[in-house]
Design a protein around this ligand. Sequence first.
Ligand SMILES: Nc1ncnc2c1ncn2[C@@H]1O[C@H](COP(=O)(O)OP(=O)(O)OP(=O)(O)O)[C@@H](O)[C@H]1O
Ligand SMILES: [Mg+2]
Length: 355
Amino acid sequence: MAKLELQDLTKAYSRDIVPVKRLNLTVEDNEFLTLVGPSGCGKSTILRMIAGLDQPTEGRVLIGDRDVSRLAPGDRNIAMVFQSYALYPHMTVGENIASGLKLRHLPAGDIQKRVQEASGVLGLDPLLDRKPAKLSGGQRQRVALARALVRNPDVFLLDEPLSNLDALLREQVRADLKQIFADQKSPIVYVTHDQTEAMTLSTKVAVLSNGYLQQLGHPHEIYKTPANRFVASFIGSPQMNLFPLSRTGNDVVLGNFRVPLPAGVHSSSVILGIRPEHLRLPRPGDALTVTGNVFLVENLGMHDLVSLKVQGDPSLSLRAILPADATWSRENLTLALPPETIHWFDGETEQRLSA
Ligand SMILES: Nc1ncnc2c1ncn2[C@@H]1O[C@H](COP(=O)(O)OP(=O)(O)OP(=O)(O)O)[C@@H](O)[C@H]1O
Ligand SMILES: [Mg+2]
């Protein structure tokens, strides 16, 4: 078993296209790192450089202190699962799973044993003799995962492996993945656009934007204490409400409402952030409230996603998640802002101010 280390990893496709800039990251054994960020921010490029499918412009890839930057993909002992799980159509499921091992000339007995293990874990036993054309999308994805698992790689790389599946199947395979990878010792680097996957599977999440690492941490840490405005707006769905506001004494003014700044904040302009799930109907004793007029209600089943225009400044709109069975009026709806759930960012640097 071996940790994966990226040192000053940089990729420039041209002078203007530099999706990865001096990236430093370590993924230890037993760690599950998820890369998230907007489309085009370099996630696949990072995986391809780790796998050896792309050459870094600068920097190094180390596996267990060994510099593999110059090694061919086949010499790195890395297993990669792509979004488009290219299976060999003329081979059966069993042969597909074994294909990587056959290339490495392992004894037939060993190959059979490993294929059986992986097929058992992924529930593929009844399908071993079928051809891929006769499988569902989810079954094909499991075959691609099994083919990666049997390899016993030093590092697992997965690039949006579930994005072709429908919502139900995604949930099921996500739960399977969690169990399968709980028994894996090798470092895992996973790419997804799905926040639930990132939150539930990862031990660490790396948020990327503009070629740079914006924040690295446990998924809950990133949700609770986003390091800057970008991370605050990117992590969490629906998005955090973010209001750029000017300072008036020790307060900021949000529509007709005053919100005191936390002690020790000296910025002349700030951004106040509050997640839709943290706004709630007021209870006696709530000191901080905001009132608005509702212009949209989206029913999400258990909850309503309610959009309001803030009283006193209709250019500000606010979204709140309220229980679907609650009663409230569309005019003059007052919501509480629990002070401990407010996030503060500097108006200019956009970096986090509150702890
Ligand atoms: N071979 C290439 N030549 C030039 N530019 C490229 C090449 N491959 C990727 N790029 C550019 O590099 C940037 C990063 O691409 P990459 O595929 O890593 O993004 P990504 O984060 O995986 O996006 P997505 O979420 O859409 O998969 C993009 O701007 C892309 O257009
Ligand atoms: Mg990609």
